[in-house]
Design a binder for this molecule. Structure first.
Ligand SMILES: *[C@@H]1O[C@H](CO)[C@@H](O)[C@H](O)[C@H]1NC(C)=O
Ligand SMILES: *[C@@H]1O[C@H](CO)[C@@H](O)[C@H](O)[C@H]1NC(C)=O
Ligand SMILES: *[C@@H]1O[C@H](CO)[C@@H](O)[C@H](O)[C@H]1NC(C)=O
Ligand SMILES: *[C@@H]1O[C@H](CO)[C@@H](O)[C@H](O)[C@H]1NC(C)=O
Ligand SMILES: *[C@@H]1O[C@H](CO)[C@@H](O)[C@H](O)[C@H]1NC(C)=O
Ligand SMILES: *[C@@H]1O[C@H](CO)[C@@H](O)[C@H](O)[C@H]1NC(C)=O
Ligand SMILES: *[C@@H]1O[C@H](CO)[C@@H](O)[C@H](O)[C@H]1NC(C)=O
Ligand SMILES: *[C@@H]1O[C@H](CO)[C@@H](O)[C@H](O)[C@H]1NC(C)=O
Ligand SMILES: *[C@@H]1O[C@H](CO)[C@@H](O)[C@H](O)[C@H]1NC(C)=O
Ligand SMILES: *[C@@H]1O[C@H](CO)[C@@H](O)[C@H](O)[C@H]1NC(C)=O
Ligand SMILES: *[C@@H]1O[C@H](CO)[C@@H](O)[C@H](O)[C@H]1NC(C)=O
Ligand SMILES: *[C@@H]1O[C@H](CO)[C@@H](O)[C@H](O)[C@H]1NC(C)=O
Length: 750
């Protein structure tokens, strides 16, 4: 495990290349790249997804966590005194505080024919820039690292201090600097005399042709960068789209091309992938390497086909059966590195390296409306181990699977005539709900299921094309389906049993026991509840694995409470925040909850693992695999409960956990690591600690007898009985969200 710390960067950076993986590499012949070797990972501005783009922190961290052959990308700009600096934008105020350091330094220049206002490097000497600090340029990313010293660096300083395995120099502007009497050509040639530069790329034909003869031999390869298809290339005055049809021309001055990823996998207006273009195959045939750009784990515009899984996206470029790009340009090089080494060319037959149970949450509810046949079929084909059914009961006593007792949460009930059955239920603390126990099964079947979008506030939606697809299933049909599928078992969740027995005359536990006994189900059965009375009842009448849901975020559990839990359960479900508490979505420290429960021989399953980047604390780099891996490798949890079983199932088979030395991109993160490197003024305010789970919150009176409802059912007049809390599943999600909300708000609003 690497510990994140600034000191660590400085100490390790000179030997960073040695820290890298020593495990077995992929069989090179598997790669459909031009040369047959593994695709390169190119870190755009370093680990710019986390730290200010092109800062030493970003570069150091990328090298520390990336592939041993990581290529570090630097956008070269020239200062007034002709020094080359790494900076991601021609306007310095875009990624630094130069507007504060030099309030009067703004200028207006023509850049590629467009009049542009801003602070330009040609107006400042390197010494002037010593007063300037780099800062986060993407509003949806954490600005908490801006307060550390992040001075603008020269190319030479980056190389000397970080010693990256390989250097990629990007020359976004040549014509502009010529107009200001600065020569990119001289600069690049002089740098390449002292430093090994692996690649030089530019979107300007004129620049590349001016240096082509110089780099015809030697280690440096020239790459032509394509911008938008409609943008005009300044030297030839042709659009990039039209230049793409003339690869033989490009081959006269370049050895490769760098293209936006959408050139390869075009995306339609509704954010779905279209058929891939043959550009990679064509360019390889012309002898050109192909590099794809614009990869970022936190892209809100990731096409729905990837289910918000960044590894899935990389794989479609490097492991699609037809061709592989020769490199990917990423803001999150850890994810690209892991994809190449750990996840490419994996099959369902590959060995499981992570012994962690993959439990679905309402089936593959990240892709289809929860608990529908579609969601369950997808979960099975994704490789889920345990399929879940949260049982609800209809007015005519039929148990079926649905993620909420309130039909409004998971169906189109609110748009139906049943809206006139909406009521407040103070016992369940639900306002204006349309309740499963109030409708018959045939009434419920007249509704369409509706996909649940926990992150709609961030404009992150799930598979809109399928938002009402599929059909709901009765528990008996669910069991028949699961029995015939490849899963190893099912988990059946029961909530609100006491309320339903006492107030609605519905005996859920009896119905579930009865359905199970009639089903002839031969696989493992797990019963889950936050109500110990439900589990005690099953304990007395079955041999099922009983799972206790701790439905609040806790920081500890008393030993006496664990002994209580052991009386009715052999495993426990806790929230992610009970394992790794956070402050404004930064991990603080791990709790003792998992090891303590395990010391008492209780398995611990953790919920909810989701792919949308806003669901993950910053420490996991918007990478759902890093989040799962940290829970597994650092805390040793026994199972994950997830809306996206494909991601967890792929993690289980990742090759890298099988290596003798686990590479840094498959190492868990250190809780509190990011907080430890923040400047004081950037630390999030401390939050109130979570409570300790005590005996009183676990012990419940036995379930009340099933009592036929009186005429005023469901009204507030019933005394507050021993009712288990309900609906916690969504609450856990929203507390995670609130931490990030503040930071992401600006992004969502624009
Ligand atoms: C910097 O430029 C990028 C790309 O044009 C833009 O998305 C971003 O919002 C800008 N950031 C700032 C702080 O100006
Ligand atoms: C560049 O040099 C030319 C000739 O020496 C001079 O006329 C011009 O003003 C200079 N331009 C700038 C922007 O310094
Ligand atoms: C570039 O093309 C446009 C339109 O085709 C034309 O108006 C313009 O004069 C051209 N510029 C140069 C420098 O050739
Ligand atoms: C390719 O580009 C070169 C240089 O601009 C031009 O001479 C040639 O005609 C182009 N070929 C095609 C097929 O467009
Ligand atoms: C992406 O998903 C859409 C909708 O399901 C589908 O029509 C399309 O074929 C998919 N694209 C690819 C490349 O799989
Ligand atoms: C592979 O190539 C075939 C033929 O060109 C094409 O039909 C198919 O869609 C391609 N598949 C991928 C994943 O690119
Ligand atoms: C997986 O293993 C089975 C049995 O060993 C074999 O028949 C099948 O071809 C394998 N599948 C792949 C994709 O390797
Ligand atoms: C459903 O709820 C409504 C509103 O509370 C109530 O009037 C009605 O009797 C209930 N129907 C059934 C079948 O429980
Ligand atoms: C469940 O599966 C087992 C083995 O696959 C089979 O023997 C049994 O008949 C199935 N049960 C039902 C009810 O189909
Ligand atoms: C709780 O149980 C653990 C494991 O058996 C034991 O190591 C620890 O000392 C106990 N703590 C207390 C306060 O009894
Ligand atoms: C731990 O629990 C499992 C079942 O959950 C049981 O099979 C095993 O014997 C227990 N081990 C100990 C040491 O109690
Ligand atoms: C989402 O936005 C709505 C309305 O703006 C707000 O009431 C709700 O609390 C938000 N939900 C979350 C999880 O932030």
């Amino acid at each position: 495990m690497w510990k994140l710390s600034l000191l660590c960067f400085l100490l390790l950076c000179s030997s960073a290349a040695l820290v890298a993986a020593q495990g077995s590499r992929n069989n090179p012949s598997k790669w459909q790249t031009l040369t047959g070797s593994a695709p390169l990972v190119i870190a755009r501005g370093g680990f710019s997804g986390l730290f200010p783009d092109s800062s030493l922190n970003a570069y150091g961290f990328a090298v520390q966590t990336g592939s041993p052959n990581l290529h570090v990308w630097c956008d070269v700009q020239l200062t007034k005194d002709g020094r080359g600096i790494c900076f991601p934008d021609i306007r310095l105020e875009n990624a630094s505080d130069i507007d504060l350091a030099y309030p009067k330094g703004r200028n207006t220049y023509v850049v590629n024919g467009v009049s542009t206002q801003g602070w330009f490097s040609v107006d400042f000497t390197l010494k002037d820039l010593g007063l300037v600090n780099m800062r986060q340029r993407i509003y949806s990313r954490a600005p908490n690292f801006d307060g550390s010293l992040n001075q603008i660096q020269t190319v030479e300083d980056v190389v000397n201090q970080i010693q990256p395995p390989a250097l990629w120099l990007s020359v976004p502007h040549d014509a502009f600097f010529s107009q200001h009497n600065q020569s990119m050509r001289s600069y690049i040639i002089s740098v390449s005399r002292n430093i090994i530069v692996s690649y030089v790329s530019s979107p300007e034909v004129g620049f590349l042709r001016s240096v082509a003869s110089r780099f015809r031999t030697g280690p440096t390869k020239l790459v032509f960068q394509f911008l938008g298809r409609e943008d005009t290339e300044p030297t030839t005055n042709q659009t990039y789209g039209s230049l793409l049809t003339n690869l033989t021309f490009i081959k006269t001055f370049a050895r490769g091309i760098l293209i936006p990823k959408s050139y390869i996998w075009p995306v339609d207006n509704s954010l779905y992938l279209q058929d891939s273009s043959p550009i990679v195959v064509d360019a390889h045939a012309a002898g050109l390497e192909v590099f794809a750009s614009n990869f970022a784990n936190d892209a809100a515009t990731m096409p729905y086909n990837y289910s918000y899984d960044p590894v899935s996206e990389y794989l479609s470029f490097i492991d699609n059966g037809n061709s592989s790009v020769d490199g990917v340009l990423s803001d999150f090089p850890i994810t690209a590195s892991a994809t190449v080494d750990c996840y490419a060319h994996l099959g369902k037959n590959d060995t499981v390296t992570a012994n962690v149970l993959v439990i679905s949450n309402e089936g593959a509810s990240g892709d289809y409306p929860g608990c529908t046949d579609k969601a369950y079929e997808k979960a099975v084909s994704d490789g889920v181990d345990i399929l879940d059914c949260p049982v609800q009961i209809t007015n005519d006593g039929i148990p079926f699977c649905l993620g909420s007792i309130n039909l409004r949460d998971r169906t189109t009930a609110a748009q139906s005539d049943f809206i006139n059955r909406a009521t407040n239920n103070p016992d369940l603390a639900i306002q204006n709900g349309i309740f499963t126990y109030n409708l018959t099964w045939s009434e419920i079947q007249s509704l369409r299921p509706a996909i649940y979008n926990p992150y709609s506030n961030f404009t992150l939606f799930r598979n809109p094309k399928a938002k009402n697809d599929g059909n709901l299933m009765q528990l008996s049909d669910f069991l028949t389906f699961a029995n015939a599928s490849s899963v190893s078992g099912v988990i059946i969740s029961i909530e609100d049993a006491a309320y339903l027995a006492k107030n609605q005359g519905l005996g859920v536990t009896d119905v579930v026991l009865d359905t199970l006994s009639k089903a002839g189900f031969t696989k493992k059965v797990m019963i889950r509840s936050s109500d110990s009375a439900v589990l005690s009842k099953f304990k007395s009448s079955s041999n099922y694995e009983l799972v206790y849901l701790v439905d609040e975020d806790v920081r500890d559990i008393l030993n006496s409470t664990i002994l209580e839990i052991k009386k009715f359960a052999s495993s426990v479900v806790v929230s992610k925040k009970s394992v790794f508490p956070t402050e404004q979505a930064f991990l603080t420290v791990e709790t003792n909850v998992v090891p303590k429960l395990q010391a008492f021989n209780i398995s611990v399953y953790v919920q909810f693992f989701r792919n949308e980047f806003v669901s993950q604390p910053w420490d996991f780099f918007s990478d759902p695999y890093v989040e799962i891996n940290t829970h597994y490798s650092y805390m040793g949890i026994n199972g994950v409960i997830t809306d996206f079983p494909a991601t967890a199932a792929r993690f289980k088979r990742n090759r890298c956990l099988g290596y003798k030395t686990v590479p840094p991109y498959m190492s868990p993160v250190q809780p509190g690591g990011l907080l430890s490197i923040m400047a004081k003024q950037d630390l999030p305010p401390a939050e109130a600690p979570n409570p300790i789970l005590t005996d009183e919150s676990v012990i419940e009176p036995p379930l009340p007898p099933v009592k036929l409802p009186t005429t005023d059912t469901g009204s507030g007049s019933t005394a507050p009985g021993p009712v288990a809390p309900n609906g916690q599943s969504t609450l856990v999600g929203s507390t995670i969200l609130s931490g990030i909300a503040i930071l992401v708000a600006a992004f969502v609003l624009c």
